[in-house]
Structures are given as C-alpha cells and as structure tokens.
Unconditional design. Structure first.
Length: 164
C-alpha cells in the first residue's frame, strides 16, 4: 500500500508542476463515438467527450484504444477537477487498438500464418504427387482442388482488432 501512495503522490506532484492538479476517476463506458467516449461514474454522473487518444489533436495517426461498452476505464482529469478535459488512460476490455491510422491493415497472427504455410506446403506436395502418379495426365483437377482447400485458411490470418 505504501508503494501505491508514493506513486499517487508522484503523479500529483507532476500534475501540480503543470499548474493545474489532475485527478483520476473510475467510470463505466456507456458509448463510443470515434475518438471520444461517454462514461458513467458513481452510478449517476455521465461524463462526455472523453478522449481515447493522449490529447485532442485531431490526428488520425495517434494510438487509439477503443474500450468495449460496459467496460471499466480509468480517466485522468486534466482540467484540475472541472471535468472538462478528460482522457482515458486504461481500460479493462478493449474493442480495438489502432496504430498510425490503421492504414497497413491488421496484424498477422503468427501461429495462424505458420499453420497456413504448413497446410499450403502439404497441399502442394500432395497435388504434385497426384499429378506425378497420373504420368502426364493433362487434368489439373487434383492440384486445383488441393490449392483451393489450402487457400481457405488465409482468411484467418489477420487480427483486425489491432491495426497499424
């Protein structure tokens, strides 16, 4: 408990050096609207226009963490207790995370990629063995069938909850 008190005091000292004290508030997400959200604290007080990015800069390249509706969030009040400049600093459940605007698509799930490549390799080897055994047959049906089956795994590679 002593460590928590020291951390709290250090954070207050840092905030006070900026000229305006800050406070931390626990709240429950009520709605998400782009880069802001709405939350309820104390069961009755609705807080609006809470930033989901570090600051309200309008940049679409900021780190954007979108909490799930109903999850708990920790807010910092940068307005010195006036509840005007609120920013989410943590959340219990995340809907999505966007890095640098998400223009590069979702992150690849490495284990899914490995499984896909293994399945693809095996399908090619099986198809080639089948073609080889038909000794010059003009039909590519076994090869096409094997490749189609292997390609179906490709759709599971992208994790769209985290984009970069």
């Amino acid at each position: 408990m002593e460590t928590i008190n020291k951390i709290s005091e250090a954070l207050q000292d840092i905030a006070n050096k900026r000229g305006k004290p800050s406070a931390f508030i626990m709240a429950t997400i009520k709605a998400v609207n782009g880069q802001t959200c709405e939350a309820v604290t104390g069961g009755t007080l609705t807080l609006t226009d809470i930033w989901l990015t570090a600051a309200d800069t309008g940049s679409d390249k900021a780190l954007l963490v979108v909490p799930k509706v109903g999850s708990q969030i920790l807010l910092a009040d940068l307005s010195g207790g006036q509840l005007r400049e609120l920013v989410m600093v943590a959340c219990t459940d995340t809907e999505s995370i966007t890095i640098n605007g998400g223009d590069n698509g979702g992150l690849v799930n490495i284990e899914s990629l490995k499984n896909y490549l293994d399945a693809f390799k095996n399908a090619v080897l099986q198809a080639l063995a089948t073609i080889d055994s038909t000794a010059g047959s003009a039909s590519s049906t076994p090869f096409s069938t094997a490749m189609t089956a292997a390609a179906q795994h490709l759709q599971n590679l992208e994790d769209t909850a985290i984009t970069h």
